[in-house]
Write a protein that binds this ligand. Structure first.
Ligand code: SAM
Length: 276
């Protein structure tokens, strides 16, 4: 008899979905903030989904986590204090702590259950959360940033702009981040797909421009995110360029390279047009 098949389907838009065949469901729960699912998929390994949207998979997580962290960290000669807003899976913290100059890496995650699921089911992603330099805060990133000061890099590793993450895409939040950074500090936020989220990208770009003099986009290929082409917006109040240690410091990566550091900022014409 043919085995019944289970599929995870993310409805990415009203007319587009991604389907992954699932071997087993490892956790399905309603947290105070969202529906959380951990499943074993055939193609991408373990999957974490929140409110039906893929957050991370064992097989392609390295692209997102390396690109949201190393690109801003390698713009600076000696980043010391770094924060991640969201990012409860711990992948961004793991990458940040590969930089030896970093003294403190703060994770500000609203939903403790995400961190718990990451610790249980994604040990290779959450591995650095127990390091002494990692500080985990269970609170709303919007409130936390209002009081934060002297950060070299702040990374917004958020869910899509619904529910508690909505404010993470607003100009007021970027203005708070600007106050929380050192004068040459840098923020980066995941800014979704140029193929599917034009209006949101424009809103974010415009919002960051109210707080920062230099706002730039870079891209990476992430197969399990909608459309597979993902964007990041980076902002600073000083014009920043890759620090020399970008080529000399050997860190262990699978996607990021010194050449990717510069190549990722080369944008296709249609993406340049979105940014105006
Ligand atoms: N890499 C992912 C992506 O782009 O799909 C994001 C991963 S990470 C799991 C996103 C996290 O942001 C979630 O765990 C969610 O709970 C958290 N989050 C959403 N709104 C937040 C807020 N206001 N403050 C702190 N964390 C928040």
């Amino acid at each position: 008899m043919k085995k019944r098949q289970t599929w995870f389907t993310e409805y990415q838009t009203d007319s587009l979905s991604l389907g992954l065949r699932v071997d087993s469901i490892l956790r399905a729960e309603k947290t105070p903030f969202q529906d959380l699912l951990v499943a074993e998929t055939e193609t991408y390994g373990r999957l974490l989904a929140l409110d039906g949207a893929v957050q991370t998979t064992d097989r392609d997580e390295f692209v997102y986590h390396e690109m949201i962290t190393h690109v801003p960290l390698f713009m600076l000669e000696a980043p010391k204090k770094v924060a991640v807003i969201g990012g409860g899976d711990g992948g961004a913290i793991r990458e940040i702590l590969k930089h030896p100059t970093v003294e403190e890496a703060h994770l500000v995650e609203i939903d403790e259950k995400v961190v718990d699921a990451a610790r249980v089911f994604f040990p290779a992603i959450s591995v650095a959360l127990s390091e002494p330099k990692a500080h985990v805060h269970y609170t709303d990133g919007i409130e936390w940033v209002r009081e934060a000061r002297d950060f070299d890099v702040i990374i917004v590793d958020s869910t899509d702009p619904v529910g508690p993450a909505e404010g993470l895409f607003q100009a007021e939040f970027y203005q708070s981040i600007a106050r929380a950074l050192t004068p040459g500090g840098i923020m980066v936020a995941q800014s979704e797909s140029p193929f599917l989220h034009e209006a949101l990208i424009r809103q974010m770009h415009h919002g960051m421009k109210t707080a920062f003099s230099d706002v730039r986009m870079y891209l990476a290929a992430i197969p399990t995110y909608p459309s597979g082409l993902w964007s990041f917006l980076m902002a600073s109040n000083q014009s920043v360029a890759p620090a020399s240690r970008c080529r000399s410091q050997k860190i262990d990566t699978r996607y990021w390279t010194p050449d990717i550091q510069t190549a990722a900022f080369v944008l296709p014409k249609f993406v340049e047009d979105i940014l105006g």
